[in-house]
Design a protein around this ligand. Structure first.
Ligand code: HEC
Ligand code: HEC
Ligand code: HEC
Ligand code: HEC
Ligand code: HEC
Length: 311
């Protein structure tokens, strides 16, 4: 009798222990979106939320002007799949930077659902309502407040440990943090990297990403910043140029915003100057043979902290 009840106890505790150790993973797009949903941050950080909503970070899988850039990936690249059901997380090396939370917190079924949405959105014969619904699904996958202020806030994890579940990482320690309705992010801690360029470098790239079976190269701007800006005496951080304080708050719009042509060309004209000097003359190589010649001196000055354009 006694040994039987011990056995029963063991059987009961083993699955419990196993479930306590595994990270809950999202099976669907809705589940992952809910895990990182930052809508409630709006209540108290309305201005920042409004800026973020218009930023590229809020639409990382939508491409410029809504041209779903993952469609060619699944249809005609080395990562292409015949049918959406063949997709796995490995189909999307892009998640490393465009949706880092998917790497740690999503199951392959999310990749299948996303691929299905990409197929539907690009299917000529699909009804417009279905296409719109598929696009809206992709749009739910964002680099939200929680991705930056929790998931990406610690990069030296070997020494500092992983981000804690109930902590919002900011630029100072806070004994308590708002967010009371959800009782989730109740504490605030200082992130060692949030105000440093290395924070952005986690996604803004140094070169080819060799860890994939088929290396991909996208953003390499952080490499350019390190090798061609800092080394020549540049001393500003990404945050100082791209998150200038607006009304005392660090701007979360992160310009340039490619969908806003007017503000982008203003930013470009302020920061890239083109100085052209020309001299026209005629060269007399031999009697009667005047050849028109021109000397052009161009000077392009780039005030950005890296090459432009990137990628
Ligand atoms: C109920 C209100 C409330 C909600 C909801 C809320 N916050 Fe806050 N948050 C605050 C207050 C108050 C501070 C402290 C401001 C201060 O001391 O400057 C703060 C501070 C912060 C800071 C640190 C600012 C710094 O100076 O370093 C960050 C980052 C932050 N919140 C992010 C978030 C995110 C992300 C969410 C959503 C998950 C969120 N907050 C939800 C009220 C709230
Ligand atoms: C190393 C991180 C990283 C990886 C991996 C990565 N990207 Fe990017 N990607 C970025 C960043 C950061 C930007 C925006 C900044 C820039 O272009 O310099 C960007 C921009 C883009 C853009 C231009 C859209 C825009 O708004 O600027 C496209 C298209 C794109 N990526 C597609 C992909 C695809 C497809 C993959 C996967 C095959 C991929 N990227 C993998 C980081 C990455
Ligand atoms: C791409 C990463 C990223 C995202 C997304 C992001 N933040 Fe931030 N946030 C930062 C960085 C970096 C700083 C520090 C800026 C600095 O040091 O100048 C910051 C600073 C802050 C601060 C301190 C305010 C200040 O003026 O210094 C608050 C509050 C905040 N963020 C809230 C939010 C909320 C709310 C959201 C979502 C609506 C959000 N952040 C989304 C990177 C991000
Ligand atoms: C979690 C990864 C991640 C982090 C951290 C991050 N970014 Fe980005 N950022 C991206 C991606 C991905 C895009 C492109 C989204 C798209 O396709 O439109 C982007 C877009 C941008 C853009 C718009 C221009 C463009 O080409 O799309 C700027 C500017 C920018 N980021 C600056 C920063 C700065 C400054 C920081 C640090 C304070 C930072 N980012 C942190 C991933 C990140
Ligand atoms: C000295 C100021 C300065 C610094 C430092 C700086 N940037 Fe920029 N950045 C600019 C300017 C100016 C532009 C050009 C704006 C435009 O294209 O309209 C730009 C453009 C960009 C773009 C768009 C790239 C493209 O393809 O045109 C991204 C993304 C970006 N910066 C991210 C970063 C990141 C990440 C860092 C830090 C590693 C950083 N920047 C450091 C000033 C700066």
């Amino acid at each position: 009798m006694k040994s039987k009840s011990v056995m029963l106890l063991l059987l009961l505790t083993v699955p419990l222990m196993a479930s306590a150790q595994t990270v809950t993973k999202a099976k669907t797009i809705d589940q992952l979106a809910a895990m990182f949903d930052s809508a409630r941050c709006k209540q108290c950080h309305a201005e920042i939320y409004g800026q973020w909503e218009k930023s590229h970070h809020a639409r990382p899988l939508m491409g410029v002007a809504g041209g779903l850039m993952l469609t060619p990936l699944v249809k005609s690249s080395a990562f292409q799949v015949k049918s959406p059901k063949d997709a796995t997380l490995r189909t999307f090396p892009c998640f490393k930077c465009h949706l880092p939370q998917a790497v740690a917190y999503a199951e392959d079924s999310l990749a299948v659902e996303l691929t299905q949405a990409l197929f539907t959105a690009s299917d000529k014969d699909a009804p417009d309502v279905d296409k719109a619904a598929a696009k809206a699904k992709v749009a739910k996958l964002q680099i939200t407040c929680i991705v930056c202020h929790n998931e990406m806030a610690i990069t030296h994890k070997l020494v500092l440990g992983s981000p804690e579940k109930d902590v919002i990482y900011g630029s100072k320690d806070m004994a308590t943090h708002g967010d009371p309705s959800e009782k989730v992010f109740t504490k605030g801690k200082k992130s060692a990297i949030l105000s440093q360029a290395v924070f952005c470098g986690q996604c803004h790239g140094t070169g080819p990403n060799y860890e994939f079976d088929y290396p991909v190269q996208c953003a390499t701007l952080y490499g350019s910043y390190q090798h061609n800006y800092l080394s020549k005496g540049g001393f500003q951080t990404c945050q100082e140029c791209h998150m200038k304080k607006v009304g005392g708050i660090a701007d979360h719009l992160f310009p340039p915003n490619w969908n806003d042509k007017a503000s982008t060309s203003k930013m470009l004209s302020e920061n890239i100057s083109l100085d052209v000097q020309t001299l026209g003359y005629q060269s007399l190589r031999k009697a009667g043979a005047l050849t028109p010649m021109i000397v052009v001196n161009t000077m392009i000055l780039n005030k950005a902290g890296h090459r432009i354009p990137d990628g």
